[in-house]
Ligand binder design. Structure first.
Ligand code: ADP
Ligand code: G6P
Length: 486
């Protein structure tokens, strides 16, 4: 990475996080590592080799480092103070919006000071975007942390084209209406020309909220609104389109990686170190209450107690990636999960035969690809998930045609991966039956299911997603007049 002087770009991406996080070790050594989460996994492969700017936070509190280049991509850091982190990131983004947008699995917290921080930080992102966007640029804003940025950019820069994509669900209006700042959030989003969602239901929820909360006119997938009441939308009527554009993965890249001799060898090594079990069950999730880990462990614990599965023949590996560790609901979840894993292992493991292998760590891409290859049954059982890229990664990494995917109906992925063993994670008896079916079904049936899912992911990969989104943005109504920058 080299640092360089600032200039402007025709294509600008803004997301809360940059694709890389900076960390400083005790001896002062600075390292940059890949940022966590599906947004970065997907966008990093879309943006690789593009001449563009990426505006985002560099993953540590304090002043922003100077902009620098990673290949042809300009990384433009936005600084977040310790207070911004508490109020904007951990507070409003991850303790208000995240639970509200995920079916209120835990109760959202509403604090006016968090809302003020959210506005303040969104302004900072909007300023940074305007600084790097060339005349008539395409600006692509991402996710729930930056919902006010579209209108803030529109206000300052009527010449640019603005798209926004939501990586997480958009809630039904009956839940969204709880938000004390619901009108301001919708007004912020309506600064975009095109709004992309994971599922048609998410787009519909958004359009229904515009009608119910703003009294906007909605016809088909287009929303019209006279943004006169706060002056933020330039006083002129806004027209925006909202539609589903489901995100995906770099299928070819992962297939090649999974097929490499090093990853195959590592997969064999992992299987060996697990004691060559007949069946390896695997879960890979950020340690988040949306991922259904408690329900999954309940089902596994009962299957062990029933004698339906037992180590060393069957073993369960759960990778639980550290996440948002200063937010109370995440701390509580970690305690519960680790307590449950301890109890299960206490009851059902024997010396040398572990029932549940629990790994609270992050890994490189190669290790993830090897783990996927080892998994005979992949358990993806969130209570709610915008998409869930892990499901798509798993079917792709199993280039040998083996494996089986147990997938929650409440994921965006379930709308595409119809051949998975679909489950309702709230129904523990049903979940147990589905896991057993995925273990015991005959080989040919499993191969048929995996083949269909692999084909789906291969044809609808992340590049197709980005092309679809950018085409929809280009064709959205109300193309702003060019060259109107003051
Ligand atoms: P989310 O965005 O909610 O975290 P996704 O399933 O959509 O969920 O995306 C998670 C991404 O993070 C995937 O690309 C997955 O491979 C990756 N990932 C998850 N856990 C780990 C881990 N422990 N180490 C490295 N990468 C991980
Ligand atoms: C999900 C969200 C992303 C977020 C990621 C990791 O994928 O959609 O916006 O970046 O989780 O969460 P974190 O809070 O660590 O950025």
């Amino acid at each position: 990475m080299v640092s360089s002087t600032s200039s402007t770009f025709d294509f600008v991406v803004a997301a809360n996080r940059l694709p890389v996080d900076r960390s400083v070790s005790l001896d002062g050594t600075v390292t940059w590592t890949t940022s966590p989460g599906g947004l970065v996994t997907a966008m990093e492969s879309v943006m690789r080799d593009r001449e563009a700017a990426w505006v985002g936070w560099a993953g540590f509190p304090g002043d922003a480092p100077a902009p620098f280049d990673d290949g042809r991509l300009r990384l433009h850091p936005v600084g977040l103070s310790a207070e911004d982190l508490t109020d904007y990131y951990e507070g409003f983004s991850n303790d208000t919006l995240w639970p509200l947008y995920h079916d209120v699995i835990v109760p959202p917290t509403y604090h006016r000071s968090w809302w003020n921080a959210y506005r303040r930080v969104n302004e900072r992102f909007a300023e940074a975007v305007c600084e790097v966007a060339a005349e008539g640029a395409t600006v692509w804003i991402h996710d729930y942390q930056l919902q006010l940025v579209p209108a803030m950019v529109r206000d300052r820069r009527p010449d640019v084209r603005i798209g926004w994509f939501n990586h997480i669900p958009f809630p039904p209006v009956e839940l969204f209406a709880q938000l004390p700042w619901r009108a301001q959030v919708l007004r912020g989003l309506l600064g975009a020309d095109f709004l992309g969602f994971q599922r048609p239901d998410d787009a519909r929820n958004f359009l229904r909220s515009c009608r119910a909360v703003l009294d906007a006119t909605v016809k088909g997938d287009t929303v019209r609104w006279q943004g006169s009441d706060d002056g933020r939308l330039g006083g002129s009527p806004r027209v925006a389109r909202a539609a589903a554009v489901p995100i995906s993965i770099d299928a070819q890249g992962l297939r090649e990686l999974a097929d490499s001799p090093a990853v195959r060898a590592r997969a064999a090594e992992i299987r060996e170190s697990l004691g060559n079990p007949q069946v390896v069950l695997l879960g890979v999730d950020r340690l988040d209450y949306t991922k259904g880990l408690r329900h999954r462990l309940r089902a596994i614990g009962e299957l062990l107690a029933d004698g339906e599965i037992a180590p060393p023949e069957v073993t369960f590996v759960q990778v639980a990636t550290p996440s948002r560790e200063r937010v109370e609901a995440y701390r509580t979840l970690r305690q519960q999960i680790e307590g449950t894993v301890g109890r299960i292992n206490g009851d059902f493991s024997h010396l040398g035969d572990t029932a549940v292998h629990y790994l609270h760590q992050s890994y490189g891409r190669e290790e993830m690809a090897a783990l996927f290859q080892v998994a005979d049954v992949m358990l993806v059982t969130p209570l709610r998930d915008g998409m869930n890229l892990v499901a798509k990664e798993y079917v792709t990494a199993r280039h040998d045609g083996g494996g089986a995917l147990v997938l929650s109906e409440f994921t965006g992925a379930a709308e595409e991966l119809h051949s998975a063993y679909l489950c309702n994670p709230h129904d523990i008896a049903g979940l147990k039956e589905t896991i057993l079916r995925a273990i015991r079904d005959d080989h040919e049936e499993k191969r048929r299911r995996m083949r269909m899912m692999r084909r789906q992911v291969r044809t609808r990969d992340v590049q197709a997603w980005a092309d679809d989104f950018l085409r929809a943005l280009e064709m959205a109504p109300a193309r702003p007049p060019r060259a109107r920058r003051s």
